[in-house]
Design a protein around this ligand. Sequence first.
Ligand code: C5P
Length: 318
Amino acid sequence: MLIRRNGEHWEALAPAKLNLFLEIHGSRDDGFHELDMLMVPIALYDSLVFSLTADAEIQLTARWAMASRCMATLPAAEDNLIVRALQLLRRKIRERDSGFSQGLRVDLVKRIPSAAGLGGASSDAATALVVANELWQAGFDRHALAEMALQIGSDVPFFLTATPARCRGRGEKIDLIESGSSLHVVLVKPRVGLSTADVFSEYQRQGVSDVVEIDSALAAFGKGQAGSVGRNLHNRLVESAMKVAPTLKKLQKDLADLHLLGTQMTGSGSTFFAICHNACHAQATAKTLSARGYDSVFNTRTLSRCAFSPAWFEKIQT
Ligand code: C5P
């Protein structure tokens, strides 16, 4: 995430993510699954503005940056992960200081589609934890914030750093990956959205298959070899997602017909993405997909740690 102070407000950009690799290594006693994933942030952001309030209220306003049929109704404030993250942080502060009564207002502008496997709500929640920890002068360290993040959702710890990483366990065992390279990717969010819980339930019904090891995908990404990254894309949940939403098969086929470096679904879907040779190839691919009637197509790129510079902030905000 990228955060800057602007007078009395704090402004932040919360990036989306792609799963370049997702394998399931069995189910756990707590009802979750043991995962092995390669997750990378991408240059598609929600914007958040944080302001201290005069009262103890936690307030959230939310709107889409642009209207599209693919943009779902935003969840009610109390169901939004930002509000749940702020309430959890405030409870933790009150365990040390029972008189703490500060509130916070968050104005959210969404660009990351929901129910899409792109982690938008998780990224927003991680950003809220980091900014409120500063604004409320709570002083929790990285480990404490990571514990709170996992209570909010399995993908939230990844977004505390939002840097390419191998994520294991529920998603919270994070090993950062050094890679200076940026991949050109095109995303297609179909009209159908998917619930993560539904897709995992369908996977449970289907039963276990042989696992694919992550090593080749990690090696390809570390070396920044787009072709090899494309050949090693993997997502164990894709069959389950297509059972829940059979229309995804057409999207998968449409992408396969374009002979891209590689295509795959991200997370529990429903977004699919394609790895392209370069910026021109990505632009042409996005144009072709839009012409075929897909109305939520994003031409973007993966981010490495160094991508989060103030210059980017200016560019995205405008
Ligand atoms: O943690 P989160 O709330 O994002 O998880 C949503 C759902 O996804 C869980 O209720 C569970 O069904 C499934 N899940 C899982 N194993 C994981 C992560 C998520 O089974 N590691």
